[in-house]
Each structure stands twice: as structure tokens, then as C-alpha cells.
Write a protein that binds this ligand. Structure first.
Ligand code: FAD
Length: 258
């Protein structure tokens, strides 16, 4: 990685450039490690691309690409696909006008102070928070649809294997409790905070982006309250609308797109 010039950004906003960079990395880099995709991994890929096609709140060219990729995947009737064939759908957009997945990584709110910090894992969290919120906004029918897709994608493909194992343990433990689209949004938020808690002070932490219980009292004063015994407590009726607004498609900034 060559160090790119730092892009100033608003620390309390989501950027489409991060979400597109995440799609690029996931579909062109992470999946490329699998020459052939079959069995459970193929099912995971289908679920993942299906939720992306349904809920990714992107630019029309990008959502068109995700829809053609989804249609192509659903049409593959064999038990396996080659990554090469998938890659052709991603890149060979000449026959399908107005479809494209921009190439390369342009991290903005997921920039790290060093190239080995943040970036794709930060983008992955952001993407799935956005997707759970979009599914609720769109009135999806299956409350677990997005989280199950995330769980299987992470299990089959996420490059950080220790992360995948940790995430699977959390999903195994409590994903069954998710029974509404709102509880899906809150489940991902609270599990992400558990991960933040575990990783606070670890070597993987970017010193410029310390792991905190999120959102901070500065970002959402009403989200925080205090129990009678003085302990901190989240005020969930405040957290949900905060998340719905923070990750809503209308709040995503389009700066730094190519
Ligand atoms: P991230 O934790 O990546 O968060 C990205 C952004 O999301 C933050 O900047 C903030 O704006 C927002 N945010 C923060 N907390 C929340 C929240 N609770 N709800 C909603 N939004 C929030 N690394 C390990 O070392 N060990 C692991 O076991 C591990 N497991 C992981 C599992 C998954 C599924 C993923 C996607 C990543 C995992 N990682 C793990 C990576 C780690 O969680 C961070 O992504 C990475 O360290 C980069 O941190 P960051 O500072 O960019 O913030």
C-alpha cells in the first residue's frame, strides 16, 4: 500500500466511497481467493448478493450492477461457479449499459492513520449497519435476512478468520432472538459494541480511532442514561432512531466518489 494523502472527513457521517470500496474489496479481492465457489460457500454468496441487490442504497450504476450480478447468480444451475466467470460479470459491463462497480479503494471515514488500520473491516461493519437499516426502511419481510447473509458471508469468506470465528460465536448465541427488523438493527449495533469492548487497547486499534462504546455521549446524548446504582445504561428507545437516521440512505455523503 502506498500512503495516500489524508482526506478530511466528517467523523459523524457515513460515506458512499467507503461502501463502494467495501464492495470492490469484497467482490474483487476477497472472493478472488476462491478459484471455485461451491456448496455452502455458493449459498453464502447468493444470500449476500441478494441482500446487496435488494438493499444497497447506491448510485444507479452500482445498484444496476448488483441486480445483474444477482440475476446471473440465481440463473447458475450447476453446483459450482468459477470466480473467473463472476469476475467477468463484474467487469464486462460493456453489453449492459449503465452498470458498473468502480474499481479500487477510496477510504474516507474508514481511512486509517497507517495502511494496516481500519479500511475494509471498518467498511464491512458500515455496509451491514446500512443494510439492516435499509431493510427496515424498505419493510423487508424476513427480520433475519440481512444478518443471516452477513453471518454466512463472514463465515465463508471474511479474510480475518479469527474475526469470523468470534462473529459466528455471537451469531450462534443470540441471532435467534432477532424477530423484528428493528431488533436486527439493534442486534448488530450491540454486537459491534461488544467487539469494540473486546478490542479496546489491542494492537489492531488505530490510535487515532480508539474503540469506544458507540455512539458517544457527544454524538447522541439521549442514548445514554444512568441506572439507580450509577451504572451506565443504553436508552434503547433513543438508540434505534439514532441508528435509523445515522445509517439512512439520505444521510450518506457522496464526497470523494470517482
Ligand atoms: P470499526 O469497529 O470497524 O467501526 C467502523 C465505524 O462504525 C466506526 O468508525 C463508527 O463510526 C461506527 N461504529 C462503531 N461502533 C459501532 C456500533 N456499535 N454500531 C454502529 N456503528 C458503530 N478485529 C479483531 O482484531 N478481532 C476480531 O475478533 C474482530 N472481529 C470482527 C468481526 C467482524 C464481523 C468485522 C466486520 C470486523 C471484525 N474485526 C475484528 C475488525 C474490527 O472490529 C474493526 O473493524 C477494525 O479494528 C477497524 O476498527 P475501526 O476503528 O475502523 O472501527
Amino acid at each position: 500500500h502506498t500512503q495516500e494523502p489524508w482526506k478530511p472527513f466528517n467523523r459523524s457521517r457515513v460515506y458512499m466511497a467507503d461502501l463502494e470500496s467495501t464492495l470492490h474489496y469484497s467482490l474483487r479481492v476477497e472472493l478472488a481467493a476462491h478459484t471455485v465457489i461451491k456448496g455452502g460457500a455458493l449459498t453464502s454468496l447468493r444470500e449476500y448478493v441478494s441482500v446487496l441487490a435488494k438493499y444497497f442504497p447506491g448510485r444507479p450504476v452500482v445498484t444496476n450492477l448488483l441486480k445483474s450480478l444477482n440475476a446471473w447468480l440465481q440463473n447458475q444451475t450447476g453446483d459450482e461457479i468459477s470466480y473467473e466467470a463472476l469476475r467477468e460479470i463484474l467487469d464486462n459491463t460493456a453489453q449492459s449499459p449503465n452498470t458498473a462497480l468502480p474499481e479500487g479503494e477510496r477510504w474516507v471515514a474508514c481511512q486509517g492513520s497507517q495502511p494496516h488500520f481500519r479500511r475494509y473491516p471498518c467498511g464491512m461493519w458500515s455496509l451491514f449497519h446500512v443494510l439492516t437499516v435499509q431493510a427496515k426502511d424498505a419493510g423487508g419481510t424476513d427480520p433475519k435476512e440481512v444478518l443471516s447473509a452477513m453471518r454466512s458471508y463472514v463465515h465463508s469468506f471474511f479474510g480475518c478468520r479469527a474475526c469470523a470465528e468470534h462473529f459466528e460465536v455471537m451469531a450462534e448465541e443470540s441471532l435467534v432472538e432477532v424477530d423484528t427488523l428493528s431488533s436486527a438493527v439493534l442486534w448488530l449495533w450491540s454486537r459491534h459494541n461488544r467487539v469494540n469492548n473486546r478490542l479496546a487497547g489491542a494492537l489492531s486499534e488505530d490510535p487515532n480511532f480508539p474503540k469506544v462504546q458507540w455512539p458517544s455521549p457527544e454524538m447522541c446524548p439521549g442514548c445514554h442514561s444512568v441506572k439507580d446504582n450509577g451504572e451506565h445504561r443504553w436508552s434503547q428507545p433513543q438508540v434505534l432512531p439514532f441508528l435509523m437516521s445515522y445509517f439512512s440512505s439520505s444521510s450518506i455523503l457522496a464526497d470523494h466518489l470517482e
